[in-house]
Design a protein around this ligand. Structure first.
Ligand code: C5P
Length: 414
């Protein structure tokens, strides 16, 4: 660790929520590691957590009161659960048990931990820990998917031996230093952006498009919309006035974002045009390159005529249309490039062809698991060079991108 690292969390307020699992003992070390980097750590413990470690130990290491009761009049007068949520830069839930994850995903608020988590408008980092069967259970998978879609960041769990003899698999809580690294990465990206886009208009496209074949069938692609939604969420958190034009995806509207849902590329172009002017436009949508020239007015039938012949015509290129636009071109136009080979060279070529300012390029070859997944490895290709952000969760990629955008706009305004 160099000297810079030692104070990497100086001035930061971390709220640590300790859930009820055997890994809770590691959270005591986590408190120490966060504090030695300069963070002020406030601790909330669930009822179940107190079966594993005591508020006395956690409080002694944190150097302060530990919050365990929603209805404790002393702590409610002193700081209160809403202020606990407000006066913090980031919340860490460690260990995040299956039960706590279910409560957060479901929006429950029946104890101090879940209530604070429902009231929070700051980044949330979960360090799950549970038995491997609980981790792979369909309910936990569902909750995890919901939490990630809601912008929560996850570190771990790792593979290894469980506390129970003979049990092994994925479910061990990430080590305290891994959690600290995830906290640093999340905060570094978010810190630069707070309020940095206030007064700016940001337009984002996301998701796939659906191109009708007939009233029930369509051509689509595997885009999940997660990266575009994360960018819209990060831009709104940075204070921008954000419009998100998205193709069909089952994701909830991010807070404080105007969301316009469309089906086809042509509808997307019309809504993008309506949303302009903007200072920045980020085109994260995976727009279908082609559509069916003449979709059937009725459902196509199997029959004597053999297989139907689908004539395809090219869709408008939304990014290129906006980037080459004369009157309403945003100051900064950013495209995405999903490539399966020669990622950076193809991105450079795309920068010129499309007339945009930056390209965020990623390798979506099936082995990477990026398409539809929660993590991303991207390269930011500008006319000045390439910056690579390997293996980040999509929300952190979004925060980093917004931080770069804010710096660039500020420099342009000088
Ligand atoms: O040409 P390609 O599809 O690889 O380019 C990807 C970039 O162009 C993305 O930013 C995507 O949102 C945008 N695009 C678009 N309209 C299209 C095709 C792509 O805006 N018809």
């Amino acid at each position: 660790m160099n000297t810079n690292d030692r104070r990497s969390l100086q001035g930061k307020r971390i709220l640590l929520i300790i859930g009820g699992g055997i890994a809770a003992y590691k959270s005591l070390d986590l408190i120490r590691r966060l504090r030695e980097r300069g963070a002020e750590v406030r601790v909330v413990m669930t009822q179940a957590a107190q079966e594993f470690v005591t508020p006395l130990s956690a409080g002694a290491i944190a150097g302060g009161h530990v919050y365990v009761d929603l209805f404790d009049w002393r702590t409610e007068f002193d700081i209160g659960h809403i202020r606990l949520a407000r006066d913090t830069n980031l919340v860490v839930v460690a260990p995040a048990t299956a039960d706590l994850m279910a409560k957060i995903a479901g929006g429950h608020a029946d104890d101090i931990a879940s209530t604070v988590l429902l009231a929070i408008d700051k980044p949330v980092l979960l360090a799950p820990a549970m038995n491997p069967h609980m981790w792979s259970n369909a309910a936990t998978r569902r909750n995890l998917a919901q939490l990630v879609a809601d912008g929560v960041t996850v570190v771990g769990p790792n593979a290894g031996e469980m506390a129970e003899q003979g049990e092994a698999g994925i479910g061990r809580m990430a080590e305290p230093l891994e959690i600290v690294a995830a906290v640093e990465s999340r905060l570094a990206a978010r810190h630069e952006t707070a309020g940095s886009l206030s007064g700016r208009r940001v337009l984002v496209t996301a998701g796939p498009t659906h191109e009708a074949i007939d009233p029930v069938r369509y051509i689509a692609n595997r885009s999940s919309g997660k990266q575009g939604f994360a960018i819209a969420r990060a831009a709104a958190a940075a204070g921008a006035d954000v419009t998100l034009v998205t193709g069909p995806v089952p994701l909830a509207d991010p807070p404080a974002v105007t969301v316009i849902r469309v089906e086809s590329a042509r509808e997307m172009l019309a809504e993008v045009d309506r949303a302009l002017p903007a200072d920045v436009a980020v085109f994260a949508a995976a727009v279908a390159d082609w559509r069916v020239a003449e979709p059937g007015a009725q459902k196509l039938k199997k029959g004597a005529g053999g297989t139907p012949k689908l004539d395809l015509v090219e869709n408008p290129d939304i990014l290129a249309t906006v980037a080459h636009g004369k009157s309403k071109r945003p100051l900064l136009v950013i495209g995405f490039a999903a490539e399966t080979e020669h990622v950076i060279n193809n991105a450079r070529a795309k920068l010129d062809r499309k007339g945009c300012d930056w390209i965020v390029a990623n390798d979506v070859s099936p082995a990477t698991g990026i398409m539809g997944g929660d993590r991303n490895s991207v390269h930011l290709v500008t006319r000045d060079g390439v910056e690579s952000w390997p293996n980040e969760d999509k929300q952190t990629v979004a925060d980093k991108l917004i931080a770069r955008i804010a710096v660039t706009l500020a420099a342009a305004a000088k």
